[in-house]
Ligand binder design. Structure first.
Ligand SMILES: C[S@@+](CC[C@H](N)C(=O)[O-])C[C@H]1O[C@@H](n2cnc3c(N)ncnc32)[C@H](O)[C@@H]1O
Length: 309
């Protein structure tokens, strides 16, 4: 096992609400380092089926290793987008001779600590490295290529919509001016652009000035919010009657998608939203894991079959 670390967020609350029992079918749509998955596997043993997905091959490899010691659970892992959750669940269940429905689905959105800390991925402004930011490095366009070609207006919109960056227009101008003479290549190049764009007297003292820009560009590069609401809605449809789906979101765009998807599921009459207000981490968890601070947890339960009135 490698040194990669990530503390599973709101694990106590997640395990309490998911109906995990021996023999159950559980889906972890965002495996990461398998922190939640290990706990889920423990609860569905013996005889359970755990289906795990992650689009990042390095996370999947690590998760596979961490789950290798689990006994008496059928574990099927896939490198893919959780937008393919229904297909993967169906194929895993058909192989295992089970009905294609889940008792528990977890979507712990966003990215994990190990991905942020890996300087070679260019996700964090704290580590100098190539400006890549892709979660699946076998496809798509690295952040540097994207930043060196998109229009100033597209860039401004992304910074505003995905980072709530009020200096979006100015940062976009600086990036475009700079790339005319020197294309952006590294995380430091992007940090320099942000620093040149935001006057020091106007900088938010609580967070690094590049925080919002890096978040926004990462979301853009990976299409993280593209039809997220549809993906969460579809994942909910995979639940068996009595099954529960939990979402954990870390910023407003993700949480909006989860909220609307759960509202639509409940509106069909076949599901119920479990909490009136979303849950937030307790103070004792935040004290030991500051990264949990922004988490918002929602949950929905299937109460009827599709055509049942
Ligand atoms: C917050 S981490 C999950 C951490 C995990 N629950 C744990 O305890 O170790 C989110 C994971 O979801 C993956 N991910 C994010 N968006 C994804 C998507 N659209 N499809 C598949 N995996 C995704 C990321 O690569 C990352 O490993």
């Amino acid at each position: 096992m490698s040194e990669m670390t990530h503390v599973p967020v709101m694990a106590r609350e997640v395990m309490e609400i998911l109906p995990l029992r021996p023999g159950a079918t559980a889906v972890d749509g965002t495996l990461g380092l398998a922190g939640h998955s290990l706990m889920m596997a423990d609860r569905i043993s013996p005889g359970g089926l755990l289906v795990g997905l992650d689009w990042d091959s390095s996370m999947l490899a690590e998760a596979r290793q961490r789950l290798s010691g689990v006994a008496d659970v059928d574990i099927k892992l896939f490198q893919c987008d959780y937008r393919e959750l229904r297909d993967k669940l169906t194929s895993a269940c058909s192989e295992a001779g089970r009905a294609p429905a889940a008792d528990a689905v977890l979507l712990d959105l966003g990215l994990n600590n190990a991905q942020i800390e890996d300087g070679s991925r260019g996700i964090s402004f704290k580590n100098e490295g190539d400006l890549d930011m892709r979660m699946d490095r076998s496809s798509g366009e690295p952040a540097s290529a994207l930043l060196n070609r998109i229009s100033p207006l597209e860039l401004e919109k992304a910074l505003w919509n995905f980072g709530d960056e009020r200096w979006a227009k100015r940062i976009a101008q600086v990036v475009v001016e700079r790339r005319r003479t020197e294309p952006l290549r590294t995380t430091a190049d992007l940090v320099d652009c942000v620093m040149a764009a935001i006057p020091s007297a106007k900088r938010d003292k609580r967070i690094h000035p590049a925080t919002r820009t890096f978040q926004a560009i990462r979301i853009l590069v990976n299409g993280e919010l593209d039809d997220l609401e549809g993906a969460i809605f579809d994942a909910g449809l995979c639940l068996a009657v009595g099954g529960v789906m939990v979402t954990l979101s870390y910023h407003s765009g993700e949480d909006r998608a989860a909220k609307v998807a759960i509202k639509k599921l409940s509106g069909s009459g076949n599901f119920e939203s479990i909490y009136k207000k979303p849950l937030r981490p307790q103070a004792d968890e935040i004290a030991v894991n500051g990264k949990a601070r922004s988490a918002v947890m929602r949950a929905v339960r299937r109460i009827k079959e599709e055509n049942q009135s």
